[in-house]
Design a protein. Structure first.
Ligand SMILES: NC(=O)CC[C@H](N)C(=O)O
Length: 364
């Protein structure tokens, strides 16, 4: 007999399902992701810190968990909601089931949930606070507690590296500011020969300038960009001195540093098939996304920024560049694993930007 578990929402909705992973009871913001593959990368993406992820694809865990595909070695999501968690995965790289993996990280999951109904609810209402409850008798109290629950706002500090370290390459020298980075950003830079120094989220502009890198990469990360003041100040200090490229949270921080504004979206973009238009070429890129905040397009008008990419589904801002200084960013994920790889060219653009400005910008 499998142990039961309840998923309850702040609006009083109750879903009954079964436990997998940890027995722990948790609360968090519930979001949904529509990707059909890549659950290992998703569950280990630090941008989900504090969140409960609903997977809309109905079978999760079928190719197991392997050694190589983690975006970070210690996942920090709060919980997983799935229709069916596969118990007997099959793949030549498989090393553990979803259940075994989540248990080892003490992260709870619930399966047997009508994830279509749940997702419709999130789409209509917007993201909601939610809780996993094991005992039926505690449901009413859990819903009551959710109504006034306040979640932490220091997620970036929780997941960022505490000390700097190097992932060695033999070409351009890049400082990667770790706001909760996905490992694949390091892999993409190393693949192009870059020597990558990963530094904590609160590294100052002076500390970076002292290293005289060829470029700075601003990573993705969890939470509200407006809470990451250290990052915003650092970006103001390196703008015009070192070329940089921002991804997701890094993109939002770049916008804030240049005087634009961000807002919380109703239910965000989380999936692997979001069409984005590159306004310079007119080409449509299919992209992987995971964000709950976005840059306000009206606020960009009064800045030195230009919108380079927009979302076809809802017209939101997907890319920015500075009109005169070597800096650009995207809201989506060019490093996406398992893909899609359409936006991968952005790393090559970053290499070109660093090469063109090598040695010159620092003295500007
Ligand atoms: N993947 C990310 O970097 C997400 C950025 C930010 N936490 C958001 O939700 O919008």
């Amino acid at each position: 007999m499998r142990k039961q578990r309840f998923l309850v929402l702040e609006d009083g909705t109750i879903f009954k399902g079964y436990r997998f992973g940890s027995d722990k009871e948790i609360t968090g913001e519930i979001v949904f992701n529509t990707a059909m593959t890549g659950y290992q990368e998703t569950l280990s993406d630090p941008s989900y810190t504090g969140q409960i992820i609903t997977f809309t694809y109905p079978l999760i865990g079928n190719y197991g968990i392997n050694r190589d595909d983690f975006e970070t070695l210690t996942p920090t999501l709060k919980g997983m909601v799935v229709r069916e968690a596969c118990e007997l995965p099959s793949n030549f790289r498989n090393m553990a089931s979803l259940d075994e993996t989540l248990t080892s990280y003490d992260i709870p999951g619930i399966d047997g949930i009508d994830t279509r109904q749940l997702t419709r609810k999130i789409r209509e209402h917007g993201v909601l606070k939610a809780a996993f409850v094991n005992d039926e008798d505690n449901i009413a109290a859990a819903i009551e507690a959710l109504k006034t629950a306040i979640f932490p706002t220091d997620e970036v500090a929780q997941v960022s590296t505490k000390t700097a370290y190097v992932s060695t390459g033999n070409d351009l020298r890049v400082v990667l500011i770790d706001f909760g980075k996905k490992e694949n950003i390091v892999r993409e830079l190393n693949l192009r020969g870059c020597d990558v120094t990963v530094m904590p989220y609160n590294t100052t502009a002076e500390e970076i300038l002292r290293l005289r890198p060829d470029g700075v990469m601003l990573s993705n990360g969890p939470g509200n960009p407006q809470d990451v003041e250290a990052g915003i100040n650092m970006i103001k200090g390196i703008l015009g001195h070192i070329p940089f490229f921002g991804i997701c949270l890094g993109h939002q921080l770049f916008a804030l540093a240049c005087g634009a504004e961000t807002f919380k979206m109703k239910f965000g973009h989380r999936g692997a098939n979001h069409p984005v238009k590159n306004l310079a070429t007119g080409r449509i890129e299919i992209t992987s996304q995971n964000h709950g905040y976005a840059v306000d397009p009206a606020s960009v008008r009064n800045t030195a920024l230009e919108i380079t990419h927009t979302a076809l589904n809802d017209g939101t801002v997907e890319g920015l560049r500075h009109v005169s200084l070597p800096a650009f960013s995207v809201q989506y994920h060019p490093e996406a694993s398992p893909g899609p790889h359409d936006p991968n060219y952005l790393f090559d653009d970053f290499i070109t930007l660093m090469t063109e400005n090598k040695g010159s910008v620092l003295n500007a």
